[in-house]
Design a protein around this ligand. Structure first.
Ligand code: GLC
Length: 454
């Protein structure tokens, strides 16, 4: 395993050197054979007419939502690098919605309607069961050789697997982090909070001292992101969503009520703005970047976004694992998110799609993401590189986080999550008590798992 990885890292290096030295066509063949792909789908390349001898250029479409919210567009940076390495393939970017739910339903409609575009799509880590169960993604384990998957950090391939087939290639990993204003904490001589109660108390102190408008911003809108945030408080409080066999809700417990009561108390105390009920990642990010909040819960990219031009907090931002509830051991739980690359079953460019995915999860592309955009690379050889960790404070924090995944192994997950975020959102708005919202969410989860609607 170790040797395999080293071999792949060496091969990737060889590929990059080859790009400079030899003709580009030779380089692309070298890259493919590096992971044993030529044997795997050489015939597909021939039948689609994209043989190395044809000078023709094939265009593939790639659907991806914006990854970075400021600075250069990471998607375009990676496409440009790819096209340089593979001049016979052009990639047309289809910009997908930032809201993962909207993104998902658009793709489901398009692909189930038989559309051959997009060829490749960047899809959430919570999608393999849904897309796999409905035939909306190509099982990549039938296209790439086994050795391809050994480049990924442990656990990621299992997360992309549904009923024994790997439906996607992990592209970048997300985890929830606490971002804090180093300058403000220093001014008031406050430590980085280790408990949620401490975070709330520090926020109030900073707000009373008129150093900042809000204490803490996060994601509370009526969408998937609210499920992610709730999962963190829920797990810290000792609760869980599903029973051990995954067949029924285990949500309706005092732990879940404690978690949601605390979230609502952030709003009623003024630590969190009431508008949190409409906040997705970009709104939380903007409030923090504008210097209006002391603390932010967000994903990896938030660090580089907070340090890009336009931000008012450049040089003042620290990153730490999330807090937990008093009496629990630090740190708290971080939800696992992230995005994978999937192939549309109706694609007419299978060999080019595989070449693209091979490149985008290879060392060169992953290095760009990790060093310039503070993403957590999925490629293990990049993830453990000391020089990469040295310039990515988020990656340096990763060994200290404690992770919790969403229960997305069931194709019913979208409805399970909807039952959670709709009710969480109502409790945050004060239109339902936390206890009633948890009871409603739990009932909604059971309906979803029995195959019913909400
Ligand atoms: C991030 C995560 C993704 C999650 C989404 C929720 O994009 O990577 O897994 O579903 O946020 O908003």
């Amino acid at each position: 395993m170790k040797n395999d990885k080293k071999q792949l890292a060496d091969d990737n290096g060889a590929t990059r050197r080859a790009v400079g030295k030899r003709s580009r066509l030779v380089a692309s063949t070298a890259a493919l054979s590096a992971v044993g792909l030529v044997a795997g789908y050489g015939s597909a390349a021939a039948s689609s007419g994209a043989t190395p001898h044809a000078a023709s250029v094939t265009t593939i479409t790639w659907s991806a939502s914006p990854i970075s919210t400021s600075g250069p567009d990471l998607r375009k940076v990676l496409i440009a690098n790819f096209e340089k390495a593979y001049p016979n393939i052009k990639v047309q970017l289809i910009s997908a919605p930032t809201n993962t739910d909207t993104n998902e339903s658009q793709l489901e409609t398009q692909i189930s309607g038989g559309s051959s575009s997009p060829d490749v799509f960047m899809g959430d880590v919570i999608w393999p069961a849904v897309f796999g169960a409905h035939g909306l993604a190509v099982p990549l384990s039938t296209k790439f050789p086994k050795s391809f998957f050994s480049r990924f950090a442990p656990g990621l391939v299992a997360g992309a697997t549904y009923q024994g087939k790997v439906y996607a290639a992990p592209f970048f990993e997300d985890q929830g982090f606490l971002y804090y204003r180093k300058d403000l904490l220093r001014k008031m001589n406050l430590p980085v909070p280790k408990t949620w109660e401490e975070l709330k108390a520090e926020s109030l102190q900073l707000q009373r001292a008129k150093l900042v408008k809000y204490g803490f911003v996060w994601e509370g809108a009526d969408y998937e992101g609210a499920t992610c945030d709730f999962m963190e408080y829920l797990t810290d409080a000792g609760g869980k969503v599903l029973s051990s066999n995954g067949k029924s809700s285990a949500l309706n417990t005092p732990a879940a009520v404690k978690a949601l009561t605390f979230m609502r108390s952030l709003v009623t105390s003024g630590v969190t703005p009431a508008a949190i009920t409409t906040y997705q990642e970009p709104q939380a990010m903007n409030t923090f970047d504008n210097g209006q909040a002391a603390f932010l819960r967000n994903w990896d990219y938030a660090y580089s976004a907070s340090q890009s031009s336009g931000s008012k907090v450049i040089g003042d931002v620290g990153v730490a694992p999330l807090p937990t509830f008093q009496g629990q051991s630090y740190p708290g739980y971080s939800n696992i998110g992230g995005w994978n690359l999937y192939i549309n079953p109706h694609t007419k460019h299978m060999s080019q799609d595989l070449t693209f995915i091979n490149y985008m999860t290879g060392a060169a592309a992953e290095h760009v993401m990790a060093t310039q955009f503070s993403e957590i690379p999925t490629n293990e050889s990049v993830r453990v590189q000391k020089s990469v960790i040295a310039v990515n404070p988020v990656l340096a924090t990763v060994p200290h986080t404690r992770l919790v995944a969403r229960p997305s192994q069931t194709p019913e997950y979208p409805k399970v999550s909807q039952a959670i975020y709709q009710n969480v959102n109502e409790a945050l708005a004060g239109s339902e008590s936390p206890a009633k919202a948890i009871a409603n969410a739990s009932a909604g989860i059971n309906t979803a798992l029995s195959g019913g609607g909400l």
